[in-house]
Design a protein around this ligand. Structure first.
Ligand SMILES: Cc1ncc(COP(=O)(O)O)c(C=O)c1O
Length: 156
């Protein structure tokens, strides 16, 4: 980042001058590197100021995009407030949110997740690694299980 604080400090969104072009090229390059690292496309990478903004954007964005398909969201009681607060906000707008409990080891029970699923479920938000107790949810295993239990989950 250092050269972009002192030498190439143009607004990357300004494309009418050379300062903007060089900053814009750096942002595009960073976007490609990140996309490559997580097997995404550059268009799928959205830079935010941090996790709170990213979670708000993702959760409220899914709600806005899919509210005609359903208004049910699943998350976990041990989520960070950056996830719980936007879920509470959506609840105040009429969405229904299921807050899954965790077991003694901090993992959610796959049966609880399967039972929470409804035809109007539009989003499941589960943190990969908990910031307080460090537990890692085996997301890849659960994705496979969910897909076999609910083939429509594969499409969205
Ligand atoms: C799991 C988790 N989500 C969200 C946040 C909030 O992050 P930020 O300060 O980038 O908004 C934190 C901060 O520690 C976190 O650990």
């Amino acid at each position: 980042m250092l050269p972009y604080f002192t030498e190439h400090f143009g607004n990357p969104a300004s494309n009418s001058h050379v300062y903007g072009w060089s900053a814009g090229a750096a942002v595009s390059g960073a976007r490609e590197i990140l996309a490559d690292a997580i097997h995404a496309t550059p268009e799928e990478i959205i830079f935010t100021s941090g996790a709170t903004e990213a979670n708000n954007l993702a959760i409220k964005g899914v709600a806005e995009a899919y509210f005609q398909k359903g208004r049910h969201i699943i998350t976990v009681e041990t989520e960070h407030n950056a996830v719980l607060d936007p879920c509470e906000y959506l609840r105040s707008l009429g969405f229904e949110v299921t807050f899954l409990p965790v077991q003694k080891d901090g993992l959610i029970a796959i049966t609880d997740l399967e039972q929470a699923f409804r035809p109007d479920t539009i989003l499941v938000s589960v943190m990969a690694a908990n910031n307080e107790i460090g537990v890692l949810q085996p997301l890849a295993d659960r994705k496979l299980l969910l897909e076999s239990a609910n083939p429509s989950a594969r499409k969205t």
